[in-house]
Design a protein around this ligand. Structure first.
Ligand SMILES: CC(C)(COP(=O)(O)OP(=O)(O)OC[C@H]1O[C@@H](n2cnc3c(N)ncnc32)[C@H](O)[C@@H]1OP(=O)(O)O)[C@@H](O)C(=O)NCCC(=O)NCCS
Length: 188
């Protein structure tokens, strides 16, 4: 991710993937406070202070460019309401590999919004950033998360046993991935 020009905001049919703004705090907190949303995450459910800290860190990161870790707000195109977040970060620069992650407000699940956002982000990753491989990981019990990965065309590459502690308990992790060449064939 060394492109001198920022490759965002990204427009999809229903969303604008854009940088966070200070005035997004209430919107971010509205989803980050919901226990179901952060059930499989290392963070959350957020207190107001947690959300302010997250947003502050995001705003601070946004002052630097280029950077190899980009979090974007998932904002509705109709009302510019922030309903989630999506992130792309380089895990192996030399081998042009990046990881994606996403979070969406519970009220908006199962409408294809995360698929729409992640699909657009992966396209940018391969088409603009020249990545070779994009990966994603999640708790094996997080059906929604690996459902998105599968629908995107990522392949399950493995299962790590108890590699992470989430909310005081060991979890197993699924690793998914897609190569640029497979993406290009599937999305021709
Ligand atoms: C994971 C999450 C982002 C999915 O977002 P979403 O916008 O509801 O997902 P989509 O509507 O784009 O779903 C895409 C596909 O994934 C699968 N899927 C999504 N949620 C699912 C669920 N709860 N159960 C079963 N399959 C599911 C389906 O195949 C779906 O396609 P379909 O609706 O055409 O059948 C959302 O559930 C969420 O924010 N969860 C909490 C945060 C989180 O766990 N993030 C991932 C951390 S690794």
């Amino acid at each position: 991710m060394t492109d001198p020009k920022p490759w965002f905001p990204i427009e999809t049919e229903r969303l604008r993937l854009r940088e966070f703004r200070p005035e997004d705090e209430a919107d971010v907190h509205a989803y980050a406070r919901i226990p179901e949303v952060s059930r499989y995450m290392v963070w959350g459910p957020n207190t107001e202070e947690d959300t302010r800290f997250f947003l502050g860190k995001s705003l601070e990161a946004q002052t630097r460019w280029p950077r190899t870790d980009v979090s974007l707000a998932m904002a509705t195109k109709t009302g510019d309401q922030v309903i989630g977040a999506i992130r792309l970060w380089v895990v192996d620069l030399e081998n042009r590999t990046a990881e994606i992650g996403y979070t969406l407000h519970r009220d908006y699940w199962r409408r294809g919004l995360t698929f729409e956002a992640a699909n657009a982000l992966i396209n940018v990753g391969f088409e603009i950033l020249g990545l070779h491989r994009i990966i994603a990981t999640c708790d094996v019990r997080n059906r929604g998360s690996w459902g998105v990965m599968r629908k995107l065309g990522l392949r399950r590459e493995g299962r790590f046993r108890q590699d992470k502690q989430i909310k005081g308990a060991w979890r197993d992790t699924y690793a998914y991935g897609v190569l640029a060449e497979a993406w290009h064939v599937a999305n021709r």
